[in-house]
Design a protein around this ligand. Structure first.
Ligand code: NAG
Ligand code: NAG
Ligand code: NAG
Length: 226
C-alpha cells in the first residue's frame, strides 16, 4: 500500500513539472535591459536603494554586467559584513551587560558563524543550471536571511523585550540577503517570491522542502483513500 502511495506522489510531481515548464521566463536573456540592468533589476526587489548602492559601489565591472554577478557581489557583501559583525559581537560580550543579552549575543555569534559556511556553499551555486541547484542556493541564502532575523528576534522575544544592540546590522544583513534571494528567484522564474515549480520538480532530489511537500501529499492522498 505504501508503495502505491509513493508512486502516486511521484506521478503528481512529474505531472506538475510538465505543467510549470511552459511558464518559465528567462530574464537573463532579456537584452532590453542593457546598461540599466542594475536599476531595472533592483527596482524589482524589496530594497531598491540598498540594492543599487551595493551593486554600483562594487569595483568589479565584470560582475556588474549580469544578474549572477549581482548575486556574487551581494553574497560577498554579506560575508564581509557578517565577519565584521561577529568581531563587533566578540567585543560586546566582553562588556558588562545582563545575562539574557549575553546569551543572545553568543547565539547570534554562533549562527552568523554557521552563516559564513552557508554563504560559502552558496557561492559555489551561483551558476546553478537546474531546479535542484536553484533550490539549494535558495535554501542556503534563505538560511542566512533567517540567521539575521532570528538574531534580532532573540532580543525582542524576551519579556520585557531587550533592546537589541545589533538592530542596524541585522537589518542590513537581512536586507542584503533578501535582495540576493530575490534576484535568484528572478533568474529562476521571473518573480521575487520562491519559485513554486521548483518545489514540485525538486522531488527528484532530496531537498528538505521536497521531503515536506511529499509528506503533505502522501498525507493528503492517504486521507482521500480513507
Ligand atoms: C552545498 O552545495 C552543494 C552543491 O554545490 C549541495 O549539493 C549541498 O547540498 C549544499 N550543502 C548545504 C548544506 O546546503
Ligand atoms: C556592516 O553593516 C553595518 C550596518 O549597516 C555597518 O554599521 C558596518 O560598518 C558594516 N561593516 C562593514 C565591514 O561593511
Ligand atoms: C531593512 O529592512 C527593515 C525591515 O525589514 C527596515 O526596517 C530597514 O530600514 C531596512 N534597512 C535598510 C538599510 O534597507
Amino acid at each position: 500500500m505504501a508503495m502505491v502511495k509513493v508512486g502516486l506522489v511521484l506521478f503528481l510531481c512529474y505531472a506538475s513539472s510538465f505543467f510549470f515548464v511552459g511558464m518559465k521566463a528567462n530574464i537573463e536573456e532579456d537584452k532590453d535591459m542593457g546598461k540599466d540592468l542594475i536599476h531595472n533589476m533592483c527596482m524589482r526587489t524589496d530594497f531598491n536603494d540598498l540594492c543599487v548602492s551595493t551593486l554600483e559601489s562594487d569595483p568589479r565591472t565584470d560582475l556588474k554586467s549580469n544578474p549572477r554577478g549581482f548575486i556574487h557581489i551581494l553574497i560577498d557583501r554579506a560575508t564581509v559584513n557578517a565577519t565584521d559583525t561577529n568581531n563587533y559581537i566578540a567585543d560586546l560580550v566582553k562588556k558588562p551587560t545582563d545575562k539574557w543579552t549575553i546569551q543572545c549575543l553568543n547565539w547570534c555569534y554562533e549562527s552568523y558563524g554557521d552563516g559564513f559556511r552557508v554563504l560559502k556553499n552558496a557561492s559555489g551555486l551561483i551558476h546553478f543550471k537546474d531546479y535542484l541547484g536553484y533550490s539549494v542556493l535558495n535554501m542556503n541564502i534563505g538560511s542566512f536571511h533567517s540567521d539575521a532575523s532570528n538574531c534580532e528576534w532573540c532580543f525582542t522575544e524576551f519579556i520585557p523585550p531587550h533592546k537589541s544592540p545589533l538592530t542596524s546590522r541585522n537589518n542590513y544583513l537581512g536586507n542584503i540577503s533578501r535582495i540576493a534571494l530575490e534576484i535568484v528567484n528572478l533568474i529562476e522564474c521571473n518573480q521575487i517570491e520562491y519559485c513554486q515549480e521548483a518545489i514540485m520538480v525538486q522531488s527528484h532530489g532530496l531537498g528538505r522542502r521536497h521531503v515536506t511537500v511529499t509528506i503533505i501529499m502522501v498525507a493528503e492522498i492517504s486521507s482521500r483513500l480513507g
